[in-house]
Design a protein around this ligand. Structure first.
Ligand code: NG6
Ligand code: CA
Length: 505
């Protein structure tokens, strides 16, 4: 059991109680977007408080530099590249295997109630029969271990722009059936509300225009990826999404305060189209993106308050992190690019902090994200430089809760519990970073290599390179010529990790 709960049996009453777990997951929130990680232009008092009361990692990672593979790895303990997990289109089927242990089934096995509120983006449906958006919308989260689910099914820039609670679209009018597809033809059904096509009707994009793509169905004045018809009464209100998710999370916490629970709270902030509630507008000088970050911080604070109101603060593990690094123009002309800088020029705010690059990129900014764990009963507040990754949460929770991970499940997840509890300052020795290619980390070294055969080429294309992050955090000097033996060793190790099929295959 090592550092697990049983090892602490008898010490005090609270130790016998299973801790609740709440994962607060930001979308496209970068390392440099949080006050305690160095942001000066975005106030994040709630996240800063969480960090002060918890353990803040400075080398904490999501598994990949985009959403779907990161979330896939968080919930399965498997690298996205093993399952071709890429950013999914709106009508994609469920990509989480239903026959493997997942993060929520692990918690279920330990006697927990499990809930998800927020963005899913891991597909819905079996891939054989089309999803019936007017009937039972499945298989989805309930089929891979969640007992309760309130979803934004894809992303906020993709259709359908409706919530799904458990198996049903919320507020759907049966006389205005909902259809979702990849072409206008697929969804042109008589009797269902038709939305303007952004390609032929750019004026319909009244919230702000799209810059590239995002010009299929225009809903709430915003062009989306994919086509939808019907479901008018079920449409979410853009500026209300954060409040809707917080209300559902609060209700979930209140309803389950007397049993152990695991809540995965996946905010849509600060993903495009950024549409913070009017009360957040103008709270920063960084426009929609900065204000959306204030909204995310507010939501985190609401969840901390909800835990406190239910008397759960002491024995709840709160993890706050993000699914990938920052991005400015991600398809809408919301003004961000003129207000922020990734690194070209100092405009006072850099979403990836001192790290290079961001979302979609193999540079550190792609996966090195805010990563904070608070557990007042067991974790000493502080800062840790340990190398940790969200993909290792499954094996770490398995260790903590005394659940055995079956062969073939969570094949890439390694026990990092001592690091997560603040007792191991090193963390993992080796760690894969994924984007449109792979990188391997070890101590100060980072080895990157070009795209896997058959993968889309990244922006910018990945080089075979070796960086020393200690001397060169900006990844500006490829020192592969100076240290060919280190690069070769890392390449061999990376090949072995990729080709072995995982540690629990
Ligand atoms: C990209 C979209 C981007 C965003 C991203 C997914 C275009 C041109 N860009 O394909 O706007 O939706 O996918 O973001 O369509 S993520 O955070 O869910 O990975
Ligand atoms: Ca994302």
């Amino acid at each position: 059991m090592g550092a697990g709960i049983a090892a602490f049996g008898g010490a005090s009453k609270s130790i016998h109680e299973k801790p609740n777990v709440v994962i607060i997951y930001g979308d496209d929130v970068g390392f440099g977007d949080v006050g305690v990680y160095g942001s000066k232009m975005i106030p994040t008092p709630n996240i800063d408080r969480l960090a002060k009361e918890g353990l803040r990692f400075t080398d904490g990672h999501c598994a990949a530099a985009t959403c779907t593979p990161s979330r896939f790895s968080l919930l399965t303990g498997i690298h996205g590249f093993r399952h071709s997990a890429r950013v999914l289109p709106p009508d994609a089927p469920l990509i989480i295997p239903t026959d493997k242990m997942t993060l929520p089934t692990l918690f279920r096995k330990a006697g927990y109630h499990t809930g998800i509120v927020g963005k899913w983006h891991l597909g819905i449906g079996d891939g054989k029969t089309p999803v019936d958006w007017n009937g039972d919308v499945k298989p989805g989260p309930l089929e891979v271990g969640f007992d309760y689910s309130f979803l934004l099914p894809s992303t906020n820039d993709r259709v359908p722009c409706v919530y799904v609670e458990n198996h049903r679209v919320v507020n759907l009018d049966p006389y205005d059936p909902l259809y979702v597809g990849n072409s206008l033809k697929e969804v042109r059904k008589p009797g269902s509300t038709q939305y303007p096509d952004g390609k032929t009707n750019r004026d319909a994009m009244t919230y702000y225009p799209s810059t590239h793509g995002h010009n299929n169905s225009v809903i709430n004045g915003i062009g989306r990826i994919g086509y939808q018809s019907g479901g008018k009464s079920a449409l979410w209100e853009e500026e209300q999404i954060a409040d809707d998710f917080v209300a559902k999370a609060r209700a979930y916490i209140a309803a389950h305060k007397n049993e152990p629970f695991m809540l995965y709270f996946a905010s849509q902030d600060i993903h495009v189209p950024r549409a913070p509630h009017p009360r957040f507008k103008g709270r920063t000088k960084l426009g929609y993106r900065g204000d959306a970050m204030v909204a995310f911080d507010w939501a985190a604070g609401e969840i901390l308050d909800a835990l406190e109101e239910s008397g759960l603060t002491e024995n709840t593990i709160v993890i706050l992190s993000s699914d990938n690094g920052p991005v400015y123009d991600d398809g809408y002309d919301d003004g961000t690019t003129v207000l922020c800088s990734m690194e070209e020029e100092d405009r006072g705010h850099d979403g990836s902090g001192i790290w290079r690059g961001g979302k979609y990129q193999i540079f550190e900014g792609g996966t090195r994200v805010p990563f904070i764990i608070r557990w007042p009963a067991r974790i000493q507040p502080g800062t840790s430089g340990a190398l940790v990754n969200q993909i290792d949460l499954m094996a770490s929770f398995a260790e903590l809760l005394g659940v055995e991970l079956p062969e073939g499940s969570a094949v890439d997840s390694r026990n990092s519990l001592p690091a997560f509890l603040g007792r191991d300052p090193q963390g993992q020795e080796w760690m894969i970073e994924e984007s449109f290619g792979l990188a391997l980390r070890r101590n100060e070294w980072k080895y990157t290599r070009p795209v896997q055969p058959g993968w889309p080429v990244g922006r910018p294309p990945i080089q075979r390179a070796l960086y020393n992050l200690h001397d060169d955090p900006a990844e500006s000097r490829n020192v592969i010529e100076n240290h060919p033996e280190i690069a070769e060793e890392m390449e061999r190790k990376l090949d072995a990790m990729v080709n072995s099929g995982g540690i629990r295959k």
